[in-house]
Design a protein around this ligand. Structure first.
Ligand SMILES: [Fe+2]
Length: 193
């Protein structure tokens, strides 16, 4: 490769087309924002959860925060390895995100878990779509996203286990907003519908 070519062509990992690498980087940027948002949201819940299940939920969330922060770090470093510039600033996150800010303040554990269930659904659906896009271009990135999905899906299962009845009914079923999910979960826990 000549010096001139090196100066004009974006560099990425060997064997990957630079334009395709750029596409993967863009997909990963959205995932980086989602993971940073999720880590902050999990800490917000950790601080604001109250009620009889306080300690169980408070302590359940810190390992999730640690794991999600690690995912964000790995994602950002993969972007850099691919030749991209990972953006980790709050302003960029808020400008690009497509979801609502977490809206539950001090509240009972079950209400927070109902809202968190919906948060995890959004992150996991978008992660799956990103995994499929990456799979067509870059199996290494796909592999990273598969590993992250396995953990995210396990964390959602931890959350959902608090919201399921013995018959397997999920109290947040059909909820489309965080406040609806929180309300449905709280009512089911109190013995209502
Ligand atoms: Fe803490």
């Amino acid at each position: 490769m000549s010096d001139a070519t090196q100066a004009t062509a974006p560099h990425t990992v060997p064997g990957l087309d630079p334009m395709e690498a750029e596409r993967v980087v863009d997909v990963l940027q959205a995932r980086l924002h989602a993971l940073n948002d999720l880590a902050l949201t999990l800490k917000h819940v950790h601080w604001n959860v109250v009620g009889p299940h306080f300690i169980a939920v408070h302590e359940m969330l810190d390992p999730q925060v640690d794991a999600v922060r690690e995912m964000a770090d790995t994602t950002a470093e993969r972007m850099a390895a691919l030749g991209g510039v990972p953006i980790g600033t709050p302003g960029a996150l808020v400008a690009r995100r497509t979801w609502d800010d977490y809206e539950v303040g001090r509240a009972d554990a079950v209400a927070h878990l109902g809202a968190l269930d919906l948060v995890y659904t959004g992150v996991i659906e978008d992660h799956r779509a990103a995994m499929k896009t990456a799979g067509d271009i870059d199996p290494v990135t796909e592999d990273m996203l598969i590993g992250q999905l396995a953990k995210l899906e396990q964390f959602q299962w931890f959350v959902r286990a608090h919201l399921e009845s013995g018959s397997g009914r999920l109290s947040t079923s059909g909820a489309h907003t965080l406040s609806d999910a929180a309300g449905q979960a709280a009512r089911a826990s109190a013995g209502g519908a």
